[in-house]
Design a protein around this ligand. Structure first.
Ligand code: DSN
Length: 425
């Protein structure tokens, strides 16, 4: 078959874009070459519905081994009793958890999307807001911190079946213990979605949710630096605490309910090439180098936050504990949309984001979100954050000047030349 040069040329252009630009989208990262090689390998050809040793197809002896390796390594990383590595994405992992523990119409309580939450935590445009009776807590206007008092009073009034913690644009750590206390009081399950901070949690740099939350989901491609995908884990609450039943009405272990909810509940054949890549990434996470990487992520985020605050940028909550920060641009007289568009012209990629109590729509927004997981993988350290912030500031101050932006773009491309990306490619 003739090689599809059209597509491969585009893939090469994307590689060059990644090489030359400053990647600050908080949910992105650069995998190792071996993780990408596994994703581009022959395991993509294999159908393997079911779980290791219990498949609906023949010929699964080898993919059984990669999937079991991924499971075992993930359990070791987080010191948990159960892991499911099949979810195709974070959203798929979250759909499976909802299917496992909720009935249509059940009440859920999650962080509002406009306050930093996630679509799958009950947004009205998502299945989680259409199938379930979704309610929300927010952040405190003055501090930008999760409003635990609001969460507690909502929980006591609404008696939700499920309380969801976790966010996509929240720069502070979570008090899982406090959430579990009110959940126990009202008879709710607690689910932590750690998609963003998982890498920091893996190395003990942030609070662990496993002691306090009944179920935990994550993506594998953000701070965990693995392939695109999702996972579900259970910590100490391996037993089914609320007598939840399967579709035949039998009370089952939580692990059985989650397995059934992933397959056949919400997915068919698992992506065995991605699962092999997850196994490789999990092996990388278990190394000491990954600890050094995560420590650098945290240091870079703090250095970046300080550099922004020195220039009078308003970081929601006044700083960061993790890899990201959310900036309210209203004192800078530029919308998130315009900032995003100007920055991308200078080869700086970030995403516009609503800020808490935003007066602009999700398409315009008053805020912008920056994350440092990807630039830290490129090799940047604290001192590099000043260059990055200076470049961003110059673009935002001159967002209507093509000449200024072109000058910054040239500086950005030269700067990135020192951080080699995928030299083998
Ligand atoms: N799209 C992810 C993010 O950017 O945070 C969340 O799903």
């Amino acid at each position: 078959m003739q090689r599809d040069t059209l597509v491969f040329d585009l893939i090469h252009q994307e590689l060059e874009r990644q090489r030359h630009g400053i990647e600050l989208i908080a949910s992105e990262n650069f995998t190792s070459l071996q993780v990408m090689q596994a994703m581009g390998g022959v395991m993509t050809n294999k159908y393997a519905e079911g779980y290791p040793g219990r498949r609906y197809y023949a010929g699964c002896e080898i993919v059984d081994q990669t999937e079991q390796l991924a499971i075992d390594r993930l359990k070791q990383i987080f010191n948990v009793e159960y892991a499911n590595v099949q979810p195709h994405s974070g959203a798929q992992a979250n759909a499976a958890i909802a299917l496992a523990v909720l009935q249509p119409g059940d009440i859920t309580l999650g962080l509002d999307l406009s306050m930093g939450g996630h679509l799958t935590h009950g947004s009205p445009v998502n299945y989680s807001g259409k199938l379930y009776n979704a309610h929300f807590y927010g952040v405190v206007k003055e501090t930008g911190l999760v409003d635990y008092e609001m969460l507690e009073s909502q929980a006591r009034t609404l008696k939700p079946k499920l309380i969801i913690c976790g966010a996509s644009a929240y720069s502070r750590d979570w008090d899982y213990k406090r959430i579990r206390a009110v959940a126990d009081e009202v008879g709710a399950l607690v689910w932590a979605d750690i998609a963003h901070p998982a890498g920091l949690i893996a190395k003990g740099l942030l609070n662990s949710p496993f002691e306090h939350c009944h179920v935990v989901s994550s993506t594998t491609h953000k701070t965990l630096r693995g392939p695109r995908g999702g996972v579900i884990m259970l910590g100490k609450d391996f037993e089914n605490p609320f007598g939840l039943k399967d579709n035949k009405g039998n009370v089952r272990m939580m692990s059985n309910l989650i397995d059934l909810a992933v397959f056949p509940g919400t997915q068919g054949g698992p992506l065995q090439h991605v699962i092999a890549a997850k196994a490789i990434a999990f092996g990388e996470i278990l190394t000491d180098e990954f600890m050094v990487y995560q420590q650098q992520v945290q240091k870079n985020a703090q250095a970046m936050a300080k550099a922004f605050m020195d220039k009078e940028y308003n970081i929601i909550s006044g700083g960061t504990d993790n890899h990201l920060m959310l900036i309210d641009l209203r004192n800078k007289n530029i919308s998130g949309k315009k900032a995003e568009q100007a920055l991308v012209k200078a080869d700086i990629t970030a995403n516009k984001n609503m800020v808490p109590f935003d007066d602009k729509s999700a398409f315009i927004t008053s805020g912008i979100r920056f994350g440092v997981a990807a630039v830290t993988t490129r090799g940047m350290v604290e001192s590099d954050m000043q260059f990055v912030v200076n470049a961003i500031d110059r673009v935002l101050l001159n967002a209507d000047s093509e000449t200024e932006i072109a000058t910054v773009k040239k500086q950005v491309n030269e700067f990135m030349g020192q951080f080699i990306l995928y030299p083998e490619l």
